[in-house]
Design a protein around this ligand. Structure first.
Ligand code: LLP
Length: 433
């Protein structure tokens, strides 16, 4: 199986986190997002432990909450002691509503609005990760207005190609994010920031990309960033306290993907950081990493009910479900691969080649192509899509005025409870005048 929280009961039913998925679908209705709380906690603990072990306690993981964000989830991450990466006032607001420690919140984004900056400064957000010179100017002005000194990190582009899909590659010189080291702009913004009275430069940040499997991308980026930090010491007499290396570890969506060994990855990264610090004769700054996907992806599963099954002899078979690209956007956007199964028919051979499609009015509304399901698939069957804990609920929309599904948390092999309610038809008109 893809992950140890996906198993089959002797009855042929699919279990997720030890619980009967068909029964959960009956109780809560479909489409339904499930999130395995125990797996989220296990992933958080693994990151926290390896940060302690490999960096002598001088590193902290931050949860990149764009991957999945709602109050209960922020609370769980907070209880596990992680910091939080937010990218909007909305994420910051939700994290604060959940009771997160604002000192450990990092406010990201390549184009923070004046309102974002005002809200962040007002709420005493721990750090802004400033993307560009205009932002530093705006943060300086707002902090001066509120008579505060705001800590910031500068986002830099180390010029590393992570070899992932284009939509999530961010570390290259031509990226819309950050300041390129190669063009000299990173040096300029550093010198400028150091002259600002209401901004305190805490260190540097980079994020090379997401769903990255390539072995040495993170190590290469760390080395380039540390070389830049050493240059700043020489050029400006500035010592960076923190180096934030972003997120991006790839996770397993289908059997052919490698499984993620967080311990080994972070261990290798730590070795590269130490090696570079030794070579450059500098003390190791405090390290931050920002995993999002690898904390929540394998904790998630989506359940749908099968509707129309259409066979076009000699051409193609379609299995339609009651969800769509509105709750499952990643296939339409990136062609992402997923593992689908019929939750009530796990014992049957999977002989029917089909496309699993959604209910939106466009042909691109596809859950997954080239799927094999039991030939007996029919209206009313429950279809499970695995590994949907990251970038699903958080990227869902109301396209076609479809209400967003609820999120149900699973715990201890038996307990389940709603963390986000299903939207009602009335919710859809809430803001219509
Ligand atoms: N830090 C920064 C600054 C980021 O931009 C991101 C992701 C992360 C951390 C977390 O990366 P992760 O560990 O989750 O790979 N919607 C796309 C993913 C967009 C990722 C954007 N940035 C998808 O569904 O594949």
């Amino acid at each position: 199986m893809l992950c140890d929280n996906i198993t089959t009961a002797p009855t042929g039913r699919l279990l997720f986190a030890g619980q009967d998925t068909v029964a959960l679908a009956r109780q809560y209705g479909t489409p339904l997002y499930l999130l395995d709380e125990d797996k989220v906690r296990e992933n958080c603990r693994t990151y926290a432990a390896v940060c302690r072990r490999y960096f002598d306690g001088r590193a902290q993981p931050l949860y990149a909450s764009k991957a999945n964000a709602f109050k209960r989830l922020y609370q769980i991450v907070e209880e596990e002691g992680l910091g939080i990466d937010v990218v909007s006032s909305g994420e910051l607001y939700t994290a604060l509503q959940a009771g997160c420690d604002v000192n450990r919140v990092y406010f990201h984004g390549n184009n923070k609005t004046d309102e974002d900056i005002r809200y962040g400064v007002e709420r005493n957000v721990g750090y802004f990760v400033a993307d560009n010179l205009e932002e530093i100017r705006a943060i300086e002005a707002e902090a001066a207005r509120q008579n505060r000194r705001q800590r910031v990190l500068l986002r830099l582009t180390p010029g590393i190609d992570p070899h992932t899909y284009a939509a999530v590659a961010t570390g290259r010189v031509d990226s819309k994010f950050g300041n390129a080291i190669a063009t000299g702009q990173a040096g300029e913004i550093t010198a400028y920031t150091l002259r600002q009275p209401h901004v305190e430069l805490t260190g540097f940040h980079c994020h090379v990309g997401s769903q990255v499997f390539e072995e040495d991308v993170f190590e290469q980026a760390a080395a380039v960033m540390l070389e830049f930090a050493a240059h700043c010491k020489q050029a400006y007499g500035y010592t960076a306290q923190q180096l934030d290396l972003g997120g991006g570890f790839g996770v397993r969506y289908v059997e052919s993907d490698p499984s993620l060994d967080i311990d080994a990855k972070v261990g290798r990264l730590a070795a590269a950081v130490r090696e570079a610090c030794g070579r450059l004769g500098m003390e190791m700054p405090e390290i931050r990493i920002e995993p999002g996907r690898s904390i929540v992806a394998n904790a998630g599963m989506t359940l749908y009910t099968v509707g129309t099954v259409k066979r076009i002899p000699g051409y193609k078979n379609y299995v339609s479900v009651d969800g769509s690209m509105a709750d499952h956007p990643r296939y339409a956007l990136y062609g992402s691969q997923y593992t689908c199964m019929l939750a009530g028919k796990m014992g049957e051979p999977q002989t029917l080649a089909c496309s699993v499609v959604g209910r939106c009015c466009e042909s691109g509304d596809i859950i997954q192509e080239h799927v094999k399901l039991p030939a007996s698939v029919c209206r009313g069957d429950i279809l499970a899509v695995c590994t949907t804990g990251a970038y699903h609920y958080s990227m869902s929309s109301n396209y076609n005025r479809l209400p967003r599904p609820p999120v149900v948390m699973l715990r201890g092999g038996r307990e389940h409870e709603i963390a986000v309610r299903r939207e009602s038809l009335a919710d859809l008109c809430r803001n219509d005048v």
